[in-house]
Every structure is written in C-alpha cells, then in structure tokens.
Design a protein around this ligand. Structure first.
Ligand SMILES: Nc1nc2c(ncn2[C@@H]2O[C@H](COP(=O)(O)OP(=O)(O)OP(=O)(O)O)[C@@H](O)[C@H]2O)c(=O)[nH]1
Ligand SMILES: [Mg+2]
Length: 379
C-alpha cells in the first residue's frame, strides 16, 4: 500500500522545503520516494517533481478567465484537480511507495474549503494511506496569542482533514534568532500542549500592550479557547530543522509511526537487487539502529541553549569531512606555523574540549537509545 504524505500549513511554514528535505533524506537512506507539486503558484520548486499540477492548470489563465485574484485562483485550481481526479490518480500510479504532495498554503484549504478533503477522500478510496504533516513556523512560540491561535488552526485542520496527523514546529534552528532564548517556558511546554492555563498571565500581559485591550472579555475568551484545545487533546508537536540530518531522521520516525510504515532493515541492495551506494547503506543501517531519536530537551539544548557551540562543532566536522574527501585544501603549513608561533595552543585545547563535549552528547544520546554509534553529528 502506498502512502501519501501531505505537509499542510500557512504560507511560508516550510511545506515545499520539507518536501525537498524529505526527498533528499529518503534518498540518503535508500528509500524510494516521489514528490508531486499540487501548488499551481509554485514558481520555484526546490525538489525533483515527479509531476506538477501546472501541467493541468495555468494559474494566470484561471485568474484572467475567472476574474479572480491569486487566492481565488489557487482555490479554483484545486477544484480543477478535484474535477480531474483521474489525472492525479494516473500520475500517482507512476510514483514510488512513499509520495509527498506539496499543496498550496492557502489556510482555506485546511479550514473550510472542500476541494482538498474531497481529493484526499478519493485517494483514500483508491487505496492510498494518507498522513497529514501539519506545519507551524516555530516563530509562533514567541507570542502567546499567536501560539494560541495557531493551536486553534491546527485543531481546525485536524477536523477538516481527518487522517493520521503529525504536528510539526518548523525552522526550529531559527527559533533562537527570533527570540526563542527568551521564552518563558521550556520547549516541552509548547510541544506537549499541556497545562495551557499557565499561558493566561502572558496573554493578559500581551493584551495590555495593545491599544484594543478591554481585558475581561479577552481573558474569558482566552480561557475558553484554552479549555477547548485541552478538551480536544491536540496531540502535541514534533520539531524540525530541515538542514539537520538528525532532526530529519527524528521527524521521519514520527511520520512512519503515524503511517504505520516499518523500515525494512538496512538494505544493502535496492528493490531490483542492485547494490546501493555505500553511503546510503550506512544511512539505512543507521536509521535501522535508531539514529535520530531526539528528546525535546535535546532539541532545546541543540537549538536554543547551546546553539552556537553545536553549530561550530558541526562546521568543524563538516570542514574535516570535506578536507578528507579532498574538497578543501589541507590547512597551509604556513598558517599552522603562524598559529604555533603565536602560541595559540589555547585554540587546540578549546577544540579538544568541544570534541569531548560532542562525544559526551553522542554518548548521552546512545544511552537514551538515540545513538547509532556511527558518529553522525553534522547535517
Ligand atoms: N531556517 C530554516 N528555514 C526554513 C526551514 N524550512 C523552511 N525554511 C524557509 O522558510 C521559507 C518558506 O519555506 P517554503 O518551503 O517556501 O514554505 P511553504 O510552506 O512551501 O510556503 P508557500 O508555498 O508559500 O505556502 C523559505 O525561505 C525556507 O528556506 C527550516 O527548517 N529552517
Ligand atoms: Mg510551497
């Protein structure tokens, strides 16, 4: 049975980037995967598309003919896909067993417009397993009201598209830069979506800073929204930084849990029996051994508390790997000499300390069952 994965979420939440990231990651672990573009306004497709909705509809023509703006044009185009579902089914037949569909970002599609649910219903009837990957830019954590309204949006999405869902906070690598270090709670508070009433004081504080503050009504509304979310048991969030392999491995595991996919061990050969490349084989093995499992406190440490330190470690590891592969020149002897002459032993010491920390981090992970022992730390 083939599985269709659909990242949904507001414009700019990272849908197309995630399709690209997952395509690359699955290739690296020798897992067959196809991506189809369903966004008629997607002018800059970052992945290798197996098919493209623009073969079926031309958004400019639609806008002109139907006298619609860009949003209306996109919604109309989705209705066109629904009306031509055989076109989509034929394209899907040529795809691999895991298929990513990159939809447009119009929130209407996941809140009340009926084309997408109807399309998915047809695909499900045709035998595809559907998994929704609901994306939210992690910047929403930096404003309590934005976080709260995003949770409502997620709930609405789950009701509108009633399939197994993985909720994901995207761009977690960017969170610190947009204020993530000043969050009043640890990351697990936001990802576990529990005890939301703790947000009430920050919501009230945020309101006081806005001119429209007429407090009591808002306080009551916020309380009601919070109990609504808690009553509906929104299952919580995973996180992702698309450029980070460990983060991608972690997310793929969550998606596989939702879809019921079981990775069939490390494949030394592909489905036709051809030998797959060594790198893919190593990665397949690593995934099989549990590489990538990350607790939320590890995510907090990696991307917020010690971000610069780990970034630097990864940069060095990448440089070293590139040097070993011959892509970067050996450090010129003159530079090395000059460093010695300047008595820059501290730098080596510092480097060693960082490597010790890196090893510790990996060992801790391995103990928690998240380490592969393969030494992959860089993206
Ligand atoms: N730092 C960082 N940036 C990301 C990540 N994922 C996506 N982005 C950036 O976010 C921006 C929007 O990403 P897209 O993938 O185009 O978002 P989208 O949801 O497809 O947007 P629409 O198609 O317009 O709805 C791009 O500049 C991406 O490079 C991530 O994990 N980390
Ligand atoms: Mg997109």
């Amino acid at each position: 049975m083939s599985t269709i994965l659909i990242p949904t979420g507001p414009p700019g939440s990272g849908k197309s980037t995630l399709c690209n990231g997952l395509q690359q990651f699955m290739r690296a672990v020798a897992r067959p995967c196809s991506v189809g573009n369903l966004d008629p306004a997607n002018d800059n497709i970052p992945y290798e598309a197996s098919f493209d909705v623009r073969e079926l509809v031309n958004i400019e023509e639609v806008m002109e003919r139907e006298e619609l703006g860009p949003n209306g044009g996109v919604l109309w185009a989705m209705e066109e896909v629904e009306a031509n579902i055989d076109w989509l089914l034929e394209r899907l037949e040529d795809c691999e067993e895991t298929i990513l569909l990159d939809p447009p970002g119009q929130p209407e599609l996941t809140t009340h417009h009926t084309a997408l649910p109807r399309i998915l219903h047809r695909l499900e009837k045709a035998g595809y397993r559907i998994v929704i990957i609901q994306l939210l830019d992690s910047i929403v954590l930096t404003r309590p009201s934005l976080y709260l309204s995003s949770l409502i949006l997620c709930l609405r999405g789950m009701l509108h598209l009633p399939y197994p869902v993985v909720n994901v906070l995207t761009k977690i690598d960017n969170l610190k830069a947009v204020g993530g270090a000043d969050l009043p709670f640890n990351l697990d508070f936001y990802t576990e979506v529990q005890d939301l009433h703790h947000l009430l004081p920050s919501l009230a504080q945020e309101l006081q800073a806005t001119p429209s503050a007429s407090s009591e009504k808002w306080d009551k509304l916020n309380e009601a929204l919070i109990s609504l979310i808690e009553d509906h048991g929104l299952v919580g969030f995973d996180t992702v930084a698309v450029e980070d392999r460990q983060s991608m491995a972690n997310l793929l595991r969550a998606i596989d849990r939702a879809s019921g996919y079981v990775f069939q061990g490390a494949r030394a050969t592909d489905e036709e029996g051809r030998t797959i490349s060594d790198e893919a084989s190593i990665w397949a093995q690593a995934m099989n051994e549990g590489y990538g499992k990350m607790e939320i406190r590890d995510v907090q440490e990696r991307w917020i508390e010690r971000k610069e330190e780990f970034d630097e470690l990864e940069r060095k590891a990448w440089e070293e790997e590139a040097r070993l592969a011959g892509a970067l020149p050996e450090e010129p002897a003159a530079t090395v000499k000059r460093k010695d002459a300047e008595g820059d032993e501290n730098m080596d010491e510092e480097e060693d300390e960082l490597l010790v920390e890196q090893r510790k981090w990996q060992e801790e992970k391995a103990k928690k069952g998240g380490g592969s022992g393969t030494g992959f730390v860089k993206k």
